[in-house]
Write a protein of this length. Structure first.
Length: 96
């Protein structure tokens, strides 16, 4: 196995792990985008090869990244709603 192939396999795994461990929703979305891009690049590189355990890991990574993206987007939406409510409440308190 060449070093380039090993590096490519290592890269997508590192990027996925960084996304899986990210707690900030904004940073999480950025990490998810980078990881998904690396996974898709790796899948494209492997199209001419027979399926193996890495292919299964790539599919699992994409599924997990999709779920994380949905959760991060939901969290961001909740944060925006909370900020709007706090802003409205502060405005109402000033009027009262």
């Amino acid at each position: 196995m060449s070093d380039t192939i090993r590096d490519d396999a290592h890269e997508w795994r590192q990027l996925c792990q960084a996304a899986f461990l990210e707690l900030d929703p904004v940073s999480l979305l950025q990490r998810i985008a980078a990881a998904r891009s690396a996974v898709f690049d790796r899948i494209e590189d492997r199209l001419s090869r027979p399926p193996d355990s890495e292919e299964c890991a790539l599919r699992n990574a994409l599924e997990t990244l999709s779920t994380l993206r949905e959760l991060a987007e939901r969290d961001l939406g909740q944060q925006k709603k909370t900020a709007q409510i706090q802003h409205l409440a502060a405005g109402y308190a000033r009027i009262s």
